[in-house]
Design a protein around this ligand. Structure first.
Ligand code: ATP
Length: 304
């Protein structure tokens, strides 16, 4: 059973104060992008995880892999615990690892959807989302995709109406950034001074329903950007280079270091990507569009 699953960017990411459980209270607008991973799950006598593509050789293949944690969580949920589940998971990664685009979460969501089909479970997306939320804050969004407002740790979702396909250029940095480190840095910056915080999400939601990329471009905002740039100062140059190449605006995606550039249309995105590739400010450049659907089966017995 093979499942395609989107990456996410945060069009708006407002980070509140630290809660008693150590997480920050977030208000975020997610958009699912066509930069995807493909995850194949199969019954086997030789259980485990294989990783190809982005991050091959650096992503853990043991019990720490989020996809494997999804196997165990779903097995426990349906009473298949006991021996290790007899499942092989193959990840073909297009989403940058530790890039702020929730690649690991995407793989966990895809594994839940793939296994539900493989095991012919009578289980809806909302029930899968309950298991997903326990695996990580970004896992439920990867199940639903589209565009959504996320609150809490980002796991409480409400769909947001969008009237347009938006075109993006994605710049991968040389290496990843640890999400906990970036949150630690925003706490440090806030303890030292008071870096500006982005305002309400309401104007972004309005711009999405109007479908005008120029209006949306003015409103992209990420409270974690200052922290990511503080840890990786070269991102300033990347963000400038994207706008100089013709993007409407650029933003650090989530906890970074990946940068996302909003373009006026598909043709402009191709031109910006070509110019940015030559600018020498990042490792890889991709074009993507959004919103796209969440994790869905594309191959295997139940494929559409
Ligand atoms: P987020 O935006 O949700 O914070 P991210 O996109 O920055 O996440 P991921 O690619 O999800 O980061 O991975 C973060 C870390 O999780 C990696 O450094 C890796 O060690 C570990 N990891 C576990 N499982 C996976 C997986 N399936 N794919 C990628 N990384 C994984």
């Amino acid at each position: 059973m093979t499942v395609r699953v989107p990456s996410k960017i945060n069009l708006h990411l407002s980070v509140g104060d630290v809660r008693d459980d150590g997480f920050h209270e977030l208000v975020t607008v997610f958009q699912a992008l066509s930069l995807t991973d493909e995850v194949t799950v199969a019954a086997t006598d030789d259980p485990g995880v294989e990783v190809y593509g982005e991050g091959e050789g650096t992503v853990p293949t043991g019990a720490n892999n989020l996809a494997w944690r999804a196997v165990q969580a779903l097995a426990a949920h349906v009473g298949k615990s006991g021996d290790d589940p007899k499942v092989r998971v193959v990840l073909r990664k297009g989403i940058p690892v530790a890039g702020g685009m929730a690649g690991g979460s995407a793989d966990a969501a895809a594994t839940l959807v793939g296994l539900a089909a493989l095991w012919k479970l009578d289980i809806g997306r909302d029930e899968l989302a309950t298991i997903a939320a326990k695996l990580g804050s970004d896992v439920p969004f990867a199940l639903y995709g589209g565009t959504a407002l996320g609150t809490g740790r980002g796991e409480r979702l409400v769909p947001v109406l969008t009237r347009h396909t938006f075109h993006w250029v994605i710049a991968f940095d040389q290496k990843g950034l640890s999400t906990p480190r970036v949150y630690g840095e925003i706490d440090r910056l806030r303890a030292e001074g008071d870096p500006p915080r982005i305002g309400s999400h309401a104007p972004v939601v309005e711009a999405l329903s109007s479908g005008d990329p120029r209006q949306l471009a003015l409103l992209l905002g990420n409270d974690l950007q200052a922290a990511a740039v503080s840890l990786r100062p070269g991102l300033r140059r990347t963000l400038r280079a994207g706008v100089n190449a013709g993007a409407l605006s650029g933003i650090v995606s989530g906890s970074g270091p990946t940068c996302a550039f909003l373009c006026s249309d598909a043709q402009s995105a191709l031109e910006v990507a070509a110019e940015l590739s030559g600018a020498g400010v990042c490792r890889t450049v991709r074009v993507a569009h959004g919103p796209v659907p969440g994790a869905r089966v594309i191959g295997g017995d139940d494929a559409p």
